[in-house]
Ligand binder design. Structure first.
Ligand SMILES: C[S@@+](CC[C@H](N)C(=O)[O-])C[C@H]1O[C@@H](n2cnc3c(N)ncnc32)[C@H](O)[C@@H]1O
Length: 255
């Protein structure tokens, strides 16, 4: 059964970006996830199909009205229910949400589906959040013009984790953040590029040594670029091998 993803958006065409291209495009064609798009304008009670109005209390911009959004959410919930999915999480994409990360993608990928709510303008009527939303997700501490790009980031990262999406399941297992570390460096042909050569160990054919080198590089890169992640990994407990490899990496940097 495909992962059922319902999205409430004023700009459904934007989602062609994930259904028609690359890894997610292929996963969509192969039935790994299904995308259902709901436009709140279709549920507007206004003859101009308006879905926004000016904010109470004054101030700039417009606010998305509650009723068309709630009706769209109800329709999405009903659709998921008819498929036997009872507890679909409704997620609002908002800069005020919890910052999105690998663990959240993992959690979502383990459910049967999700309903994503994309805001526009100044945002949505607060009552939709209190009445309908289970979780709020942000893609980072900055503001973009609408929730669509954020929803696509979430869908892409979730779909990558669903078995069958990536040709080689090991790809997903080795990526950054999966084991609390950044990914190791990658190289491809030619062996010599300008003044730079592929590290000898990768040409050696010695798989044990390659594994150790990659683990050491992942630890070292994380130490250099994301000390916050490494601190977390250290708190959760590193293996003896990891500690030894990291110490050697640190020494090689000093030397
Ligand atoms: C211009 S923004 C509104 C920002 C809102 N007035 C605020 O300052 O919190 C319009 C919509 O874009 C989406 N959005 C903007 N930044 C986002 C972020 N960092 N993460 C997720 N969604 C975002 C939300 O759906 C939001 O309702």
């Amino acid at each position: 059964m495909p992962y059922e993803c319902d999205v409430i958006t004023l700009f459904p065409e934007m989602f062609n970006a994930i259904t028609q291209y690359g890894v997610t495009g292929k996963a969509n064609k192969n039935g790994i996830f299904r995308l259902n798009l709901w436009n709140p304008r279709d549920f507007s009670e206004n003859s101009y199909r308006a879905v926004d109005d000016s904010p109470y209390g004054g101030g700039p911009g417009m606010v998305m009205m509650a009723k068309p959004l709630e009706t769209a959410i109800m329709n999405a919930r009903d659709r998921q229910r008819t498929l036997g999915i009872d507890k679909t999480e409704v997620v609002y994409l908002t800069p005020q949400g919890q910052r999105f990360n690998h663990r959240m993608a993992e959690r979502l990928s383990q459910s049967q589906g999700v309903i994503l709510l994309c805001g526009r303008y100044e945002g949505i009527d607060e009552r939709v959040i209190t009445r309908q939303v289970d979780a709020e997700i942000s893609i980072g501490d900055y503001v973009v013009s609408g929730g669509e790009l954020a929803a696509m980031v979430v869908i892409d990262s979730v779909v990558r984790l669903i078995p069958g999406t990536l040709g080689d399941p090991e790809s997903a297992e080795q990526e950054s953040f999966v084991n609390g570390l950044l990914d190791y460096p990658h190289y491809t042909r030619p062996e010599q590029y300008c003044d730079s050569r592929v590290p000898e160990v990768l040409l050696s054919g010695n798989h044990a040594q390659i594994r150790r080198w990659r683990l050491q590089q992942a630890l070292g890169k994380t130490w250099l670029k994301r000390p916050d992640l490494l601190e977390l990994k250290e708190m959760q407990g590193m293996t003896e091998e990891e500690t030894m490899l990291l110490d050697a990496f640190k020494r090689s940097c000093k030397g």
